[in-house]
Each structure stands twice: as C-alpha cells, then as structure tokens.
Design a protein around this ligand. Structure first.
Ligand code: ZN
Length: 161
C-alpha cells in the first residue's frame, strides 16, 4: 500500500540540522500521522507520498516547506511583570490570546524589567534533514478522518480531542 491522502503512516525518523541531531523518534515508539492533513511539515509529507513500508529515505526540507523563514518582528520585548512565573533564558513558555489560542515562545534574554522573547518556531529558517524509515501504512478509520489525526494502532478512539 502506497502512502497517499487519508492513510495512517508510522515512521521512524531522525532530524538533523547542520549535522546535529535535534529530534528523533524513540526506539519502539514510531511517529504516527495522517497523510494529507497537515500533521507533519509540508516538505516531509510531500516526500513521503507514494512510498511504501520498508522504504528508507533522506529528505532535505527547505525553510519554506518546513517551519518557515525567521521573522525579525516575532522577536519582542515584554515587561517582566507580565509573567506569573519565574523565567529562565532558553526556556519555552506559552502565551494565551483572548480567543483562547496558545502560542509558544522562547525567552532569549532578561534585562531588568525587560524580557526579550522570540515567537519564531525554534527551527524557523533552518534547512531540515530527515532520515526516515516507513514502518506501516494503513487506511484511516472514519473517526480518524473526522478528527484529522491518527488514534491507536487499531484506529479506535483513545483521545478526547
Ligand atoms: Zn481524535
């Protein structure tokens, strides 16, 4: 069975940037995603289309097909008093908007009452190198299609969202 839209796919992957491993699936815990539903970055999804179980491939993804280019305007200075918690340089926090949407950001620097934060995704502007092995491909269940993401190995509902 080839990978195509509405298939549930399990992959093992290692992601390197400039030769350094920045993310990888744990042994025995592959990443499951639903093809064609934006579960994974576009460049990787496109490269996996048409592939079959056992295929092993190297995929290079440019920023525009990955996490986007860096946006200098996404670096902002926020007042220290706007934070509830202790803050740590390099840590990721979440800003909640009035509509309830949540946006992650990274603290870049602390200077007195000024906190410099970066709303760019950590891998924005980076060229991503994936080493991917395809472990399984199956049809999605109606539940999975309506939710837009995979459930357990048998496709049964196992989540609340
Ligand atoms: Zn669900």
């Amino acid at each position: 069975m080839n990978i195509s839209t509405d298939k549930v796919v399990e992959i093992e992957y290692t992601l390197t940037v400039d030769g350094e491993v920045v993310d990888q699936s744990e042994p025995g815990e592959p990443l499951a995603y639903l093809q064609g539903h934006g579960n994974i970055i576009p460049g990787l999804e496109t490269a996996l289309a048409g592939k079959v179980v056992g295929d092993h491939l190297q995929v290079t993804v440019s920023p525009e097909d990955g996490y986007g280019e860096r946006d200098d305007e996404a670096v902002q200075v926020i007042a220290r008093e706007d934070f509830d918690d202790d803050i740590e340089v390099g840590a990721t926090y979440f800003a909640q908007a009035e509509d309830g949407s949540v946006t992650p950001f990274t603290v870049m620097a602390l200077d007195g009452d000024d906190v410099t934060v970066d709303f760019n995704p950590p891998l924005a502007g980076e060229t991503l190198n994936f080493d991917v092995t395809i472990l399984s491909v199956r049809d999605a269940t109606p539940d999975e299609l309506s939710h837009g993401h995979p459930h357990g190995v048998d496709g049964m509902e196992d989540d609340e969202y």
